[in-house]
Design a protein around this ligand. Sequence first.
Ligand SMILES: Cc1cc2nc3c(=O)[nH]c(=O)nc-3n(C[C@H](O)[C@H](O)[C@H](O)COP(=O)(O)O)c2cc1C
Ligand code: SF4
Length: 457
Amino acid sequence: MTESSSGAATGTEAGKAPVPPSSPDDTPAVLSPVLTRRWSAPQSWSISSYRKLDGYTALAQALKTEPGRLTELVKNSGLRGRGGAGFPTGLKWSFLPPSDGGPRFLVINADEGEPGTCKDIPMMLADPHAMIEGCIITCYAIGSTFCAIYIRGEAVQAIRRVARAVQEAKERGFLGRNILGSGFDCEIVVHAGAGAYICGEETALLDSLEGRRGQPRLKPPFPAVAGLYARPTVVNNVETIASVPAIVSGGSDWFRKMGTEKSPGPKIFSLSGHVTRPGQYEAPMGTTLRQLLATAGGMKDGIPLKFFTPGGSSTPIFTPEHLDVPLSFDDVAAAGSMLGTTALMCFNETVSVPWAVWKWLEFYKHESCGKCTPCREGTGWLTQILRRIVTGAGTLADLDTMEDAAGNIIGRSFCALGDAAATPILSSFKYFRGEFEDLVTGRTPPIVRSGDLVGAH
Ligand SMILES: Cc1cc2nc3c(=O)[nH]c(=O)nc-3n(C[C@H](O)[C@H](O)[C@H](O)COP(=O)(O)O)c2cc1C
Ligand code: SF4
């Protein structure tokens, strides 16, 4: 909800003029407010504001369309999941088995616990109806009459706002029985999580929704086949589903005119850290950090960038040499990282890399669910070693041990949280191992006193 997020209108209303991908230079990014276009409207979260700005017109259109054609439309748009993995959304929907007459579910992942990730909660606060309209259309497309929105427990304002918006939608006949006279019924339940990062992992989320302790399930079976209460279930991210009404209104060709061939559409980029104007910037996929920084007023106080995460703390760090990497799923992967949740945490030259890595590892150790040994034990070991290093008690052998442990966690853990925990170690060693060596050899002073570690996490 920055000034730029609501952005100067660039003619990107669904179905209208397309926005070309930005060129790889340092001119400011061409913003493409599709998901964020209502954010600066008065009381943007209310149904009256949403209705004034074309809200629920896509639903009326969708309900006149054959459900299978909606899945085809989303497939053709090339929309990829915005929750981190970038899985093609229409394809995911098409994995549901043919109806057997029993229930099937849509679950919205609004857990948003990854350090640096901060787009879904702003979206639910500023424009909850975009997500709700997307939920109803998606339920109709996949043959479901029930959707659960799982929101991080600490995000109390978002929970209240979404719950109120669901109520408003129901009062206006967009939810409930016989929606808009179509004969289609749909209910949405807002569920508050208890604030565990692992409950963002889709199968842990399903266990948590069912009232169990949130821990990942063995896959297969995938949720599409046996998800919530062992019934066919689609799990999608908030931003993914909020994109659906715009695709229904604008069409797949319009959507594809933004972004890159394999990562089409607009994307909310979350700039945080040492940035002059941090916040949400919606621009076509493939925009670069250099362009986004130019839009956000550059690095704060002119202190140069030292490193950044392209998609949250679980994605390998990048350095200024990656400023021109197009921020699309494939381009970021080709450059050695992951687009993740486009949480661009920017750190300036004053930041110690070992300090940042230590902080991230404390988080992962705290959030490890304990189900598998590599992650449960490994995050504990890595954190202990990092504590030694930042307090000046580490050794050169510690660095080798850390590299070995991190290498053994990656690919051997039960879920991606283990990989996420090991990633900051390996990627920081790739570019900044010297900083760790300086700390353990005493060339640089300790970052913290050992007494200050009490209660650290
Ligand atoms: C530890 C962990 C945490 C996750 N947290 C989230 C989250 O908060 N929100 C989210 O949408 N996806 C999260 N994911 C990814 C989900 O498992 C899943 O891929 C995503 O919800 C699918 O939605 P999409 O296809 O729309 O991206 C997480 C994955 C892992 C391994
Ligand atoms: S990798 Fe970590 S979070 Fe995932 S199942 Fe294993 S212990 Fe739990």
